[in-house]
Design a binder for this molecule. Structure first.
Ligand SMILES: [Zn+2]
Length: 257
């Protein structure tokens, strides 16, 4: 069995028929789909999908690119969503210096508020980070003593130094479509050096479509291509890679059973 640990089935404009995506995923051997919120509304939709489909679990939180739009008392809304039995982590939260939808001050504020919520409620955290690894890792290192559940760097795109710091904090790493891109030789070499028991596979669907479907919208079922690439990097069978990454995902998302 495979687990897509990060997809956005909650973006209904991209997935008007989530039932067919769940069925397609199952036909590709993907039996758990973790749907990740980017703001309060999409977090609510993630929970709705989790209520509707046995295979779906939710991660709830506010993405840095949405941290400027939050309403008063948004953190209370996030907190109450985390209390749902199928909410398995807080996320995706973090820093994004690539886009400027929110100022850095707004991003830090949203990140630190949510990190405190996670730490005081023993919630695993899924981080989004783009062009901001040094700053995010500084923040995580200073919060490390308060951590009460594991942390995952989704779609890891840092360099070897960033990876070293994250490994030292015992972080999990999410790998996705870019691992299959021809130009991603450096990323593949880096992923080979990461601890195998800390890697999970994800699609970030509808984004980051893996080869051979690159150019089309991504689907949770396509996590099987990410798994196959990982297997070839590890020199194992796809089944062995699936067993390892599934075990890792079940350990990270403690309640995903
Ligand atoms: Zn995402």
């Amino acid at each position: 069995m495979l687990i897509d640990t990060h997809c956005h089935l909650n973006l209904l404009e991209h997935f008007p028929d989530p039932a067919s995506e769940v069925a397609h995923a199952q036909s590709m051997g993907v039996e758990r789909l973790v749907v990740v919120g980017v703001d309060v509304e999409t977090s609510r939709i993630a929970i709705n999908l989790a209520e509707r489909f046995e295979e779906v679990y939710a991660v709830v939180g506010v993405h840095p690119n949405h941290s400027a739009e939050v309403e008063p008392r948004w953190i209370q809304s996030v907190q109450s969503l985390t209390e749902h039995p199928k909410a398995v982590a807080l996320g995706e939260v973090g820093l994004d210096y690539h886009w400027d939808f929110a100022t850095r001050a707004q991003q830090y504020e949203a990140l630190s508020t949510q990190l405190s919520l996670a730490n005081s409620n023993a919630l695993p955290v899924v981080f989004h980070c783009r062009e901001a690894y040094a700053d995010l890792l500084d923040i995580l290192e200073s919060a490390l003593g308060l951590r009460s559940a594991p942390w995952l760097l989704h779609c890891f795109s840092g360099d070897t130094e960033d990876a070293k710091r994250a490994v030292a904090m015992d972080c999990y790493f999410g790998v996705d479509g870019p691992l299959t891109y021809k130009s991603a030789g450096e990323l593949r070499e880096l992923v080979k050096t990461l601890p195998r028991d800390r890697i999970v596979i994800e699609t970030d669907a509808p984004y980051l479509t893996p080869v051979p479907h690159r150019g089309k919208p991504n689907r949770p079922g396509f996590v099987s291509y990410v798994n196959a690439m990982l297997a070839s990097l590890w020199g194992t069978s796809s089944e062995q890679a699936a067993q390892q990454t599934t075990e890792n995902a079940l350990r990270f998302f403690d309640t995903l059973r």
